[in-house]
Write a protein that binds this ligand. Structure first.
Ligand code: AHM
Ligand code: MG
Length: 332
């Protein structure tokens, strides 16, 4: 294969952009790459696992306990990150508290190891989301809550893995967004989407419309706007909603659109989590030329106060997010 760049090569190439770099950050990204491959392989066998090799909670033919896939993914990512020794601590959707790793490590990872897990049993795309920070407490001491409660603007890197019709890893270190497609035969991620930018104009809106009556008036108004016929602005938009943030976001990033998870009367802060769902996705969309907002504020500027904090989330093409913010302001 000519002119093919693997993720491994890309990481090393980019390390040279940081003179004096110790390679620790590259080791951290390599850990994520490794865990993604392991999880991808297991995700591809998900149907077999539950129906043929034994249901969750039972033992498989090797006598090993079957784990739920989200628990499995969590364990794999923690194991890979722990092995590289550069990580000081991890926060995960799967764990109530943060996990201290190596007091001498300088990096903090927040992650949702398997998002959209209600889609596993029905063979629909799911994903992993991650966000990387530098710790704020001194190296050599155990991590504390303040290391995790940093604003999104402090992220060093963020990304996601989509386990879809193919597996892709998409990430940013603040210098644009790059996407890598996994070749399971070769066992490598290959740079397939260099310098990803979201199209200037979007035409997709993605929201759980079953929550219409429970959504703020501004969001209802935006949905009506999206459905109006207006040739000039390319409306009506197309509605697409998978119920798997990574997949919904990834499609909109490539094709252009807006994803919405507003506050609802039953979930006043929305559903999605600031630290390991919204902030990493926000970093990526901004790097790809779009915008992420809670309806009023830039997502990455929200001061976090809890590991599992939820926020309303609107992300996509800048003009679509701004239009929506306008409706929310008018109807407030
Ligand atoms: P999870 O972290 O429990 O998997 O939930 C997050 C998921 C997102 O992937 C998705 O966008 C959203 O929940 C869908 O929620 P709903 O079913 O309410 O539309
Ligand atoms: Mg999740």
């Amino acid at each position: 294969m000519e002119n093919v760049t693997t993720l491994g090569e890309f990481i090393i190439e980019k390390q040279q952009d940081f003179p004096g770099s110790t390679g620790e950050f590259s080791r951290l990204l390599s850990a994520i790459r490794l865990a993604s491959k392991i999880v991808s392989q297991q995700v591809n066998k998900a149907g077999l696992l539950s129906h043929i090799l034994g249901a969750v909670g039972s033992q498989n033919i090797q006598g090993e306990d079957q784990q739920k896939l989200d628990v499995y993914a969590n364990n794999q990512f923690i194991k890979a990150l722990r092995a590289r020794k550069v990580v000081a601590g991890i926060a995960s959707e799967e764990n109530d508290d943060f996990i201290p790793i190596n007091p001498d490590g300088q990096y903090i990872v927040s992650m949702d190891p398997l998002d959209g897990s209600s889609n596993i049993d029905v063979n629909v795309s799911i994903g992993t989301i991650f966000s990387i920070y530098k710790r704020v407490t001194p190296k050599g001491s155990p991590v504390s809550m303040e290391d995790f409660l940093q604003k999104g603007t402090e992220q060093l890197a963020a990304g996601y893995v989509i386990y879809g019709s193919s597996t892709m890893l998409v990430y940013t270190t603040g210098k644009g967004v790059n996407g890598f497609t996994y070749d399971p035969g070769l066992g490598v991620f290959i740079l397939s989407h260099p310098n990803l930018k979201t199209p200037e104009k979007g035409k997709i809106y993605s929201i759980n419309e079953g929550n219409y009556q429970k959504s703020p008036a501004g969001v209802q108004k935006y949905i009506q706007y999206a459905q109006q016929i207006d040739k000039e602005s390319n409306r009506p938009y197309t509605a697409r909603y998978i119920g798997s943030l990574v997949a919904d976001f990834h499609r909109n990033l490539i094709k252009g659109g807006v994803y919405m998870y507003p506050s609802t009367t039953s979930a006043p802060n929305g559903k999605l989590r600031l630290l390991y769902e919204c902030n990493p996705i926000a970093f990526i969309i901004e790097q790809a030329g779009g915008k992420a907002s809670d309806g009023e504020n830039r997502i990455m500027e929200i001061e976090p106060n809890d590991l599992h904090q939820r926020v309303p989330f609107f992300v996509g093409n800048s003009d679509m997010v701004e239009k929506l913010e306008g409706f929310l302001r008018e109807e407030a």
